[in-house]
Design a protein around this ligand. Sequence first.
Ligand code: HEC
Ligand code: HEC
Ligand code: HEC
Ligand code: HEC
Ligand code: HEC
Ligand code: HEC
Length: 260
Amino acid sequence: MKKLFYILCLLLIFADVASAQKLPAPPDYGRVVINNYSEKAGFAPVVFDHWLHRAMFTCRICHVDIDFAMEAGATDINADSNKKGFYCGACHDGNRVFGNKKMFASCSDKGQQDDSKICDKCHSYRKQVKKEYNFETFTAKWPQKGLGNRIDWEDVEAKGLIKPVDSVEGISIKKSPLRAREDFSIGSKGSWMTDVIFSHKKHTVWNGCEICHPDIFQVEKGATRYSMLQIYGGEYCGVCHGKVAFPLIECQRCHTKPVQ
Ligand code: HEC
Ligand code: HEC
Ligand code: HEC
Ligand code: HEC
Ligand code: HEC
Ligand code: HEC
């Protein structure tokens, strides 16, 4: 009886949340607006799109090697750090080549470089900026699934339509022993593993190991206990799911059996 009541409450919370904050449109899902300094300096806030970058790079490169926080606005990125080759400037340095193309540079001293079109590429929030990459054209031929970006990211990767780069010269730190790509899944264990699927193999493609271990999950069987409410609050699986990976309202993608 108590359990039933709890589950009913959870469902009500989800219904409430789902209607209150409608999911962003597919191109905007996973978009981060960064504005710790820009507006104060008279520039438009910076817009970062996950759909474009995750099509080219693994999550690991940016969130482990380059050390971006997995929380909007939490990294202390500024014009200076970019100029010195950190954060966005680790790739966007005006020299580095990806796919035969030279990267556009990030911040320069005000006035020194008057190519505001380049500044506008990133400092674009609420501005009419002509971008090179358009979500609809870029993803037009990809298999679709679910909500969020409405892209079947697993399938797109498995079919080789994208090949996320996992190592960038001069950026990637030396591989630690933990990073061995063992091909394994956690079998049925704990109270939830029977009806929630979690594939190490599939997650490692994007995430390596260090994104999750030890910060989000301890490397020990059953050591971490967590509830759906905590996940919804942005902890554990909710660090990624609901923000960049598929949204939490797609219950059945994790709960293979209907929640009863
Ligand atoms: C090219 C670099 C890059 C790649 C690749 C990348 N991210 Fe991010 N991610 C960022 C940046 C930059 C931020 C914003 C950090 C900040 O504002 O301090 C961010 C923020 C996030 C956030 C927080 C979003 C929010 O709204 O609070 C999550 C979650 C996240 N990333 C997950 C992922 C996952 C999962 C992947 C792979 C599927 C991924 N990222 C791939 C650069 C990247
Ligand atoms: C791991 C490398 C990497 C990092 C780090 C990175 N980018 Fe990019 N980004 C790319 C590549 C590669 C492209 C495609 C560039 C091209 O084809 O000209 C791109 C494209 C873009 C575009 C698209 C421009 C357009 O015209 O459509 C924007 C905007 C952008 N990045 C913003 C950012 C911001 C903001 C950050 C930091 C918060 C960042 N990027 C960090 C690799 C990176
Ligand atoms: C690849 C993306 C990118 C490009 C291109 C870019 N910036 Fe930035 N810039 C950032 C990010 C990210 C921040 C930190 C945003 C924040 O927290 O407000 C930033 C911050 C700034 C700031 C805020 C003050 C400070 O000290 O941090 C200024 C000024 C600035 N950029 C100037 C420029 C100029 C001028 C250009 C064009 C020559 C430019 N930026 C191009 C990503 C970019
Ligand atoms: C997306 C997050 C995520 C990624 C990425 C990840 N893990 Fe895990 N890992 C988990 C979760 C969740 C558990 C279960 C924790 C629990 O039961 O408390 C776990 C448990 C483990 C365990 C203990 C369980 C067992 O079967 O012995 C080991 C060992 C482990 N992971 C190793 C790795 C290695 C090695 C990698 C990289 C190849 C990796 N993990 C990548 C989330 C992740
Ligand atoms: C570090 C970020 C991250 C964390 C933490 C994370 N995931 Fe994922 N997960 C992803 C990404 C990225 C994908 C690829 C699909 C996408 O982006 O929508 C994915 C895909 C999945 C899939 C579909 C693939 C499959 O296995 O069939 C399931 C199910 C899933 N996650 C469940 C979980 C569960 C359960 C947890 C917590 C125990 C968890 N995830 C934690 C990033 C994460
Ligand atoms: C990203 C994967 C994921 C998604 C999506 C997801 N869940 Fe969960 N859920 C979990 C995990 C993991 C647990 C296990 C927590 C435990 O018992 O250790 C869980 C536990 C639960 C529980 C058990 C009680 C509790 O709070 O722990 C209920 C009920 C539940 N989820 C309902 C839902 C509903 C309803 C949805 C859709 C609105 C949903 N979940 C979407 C991963 C997910």
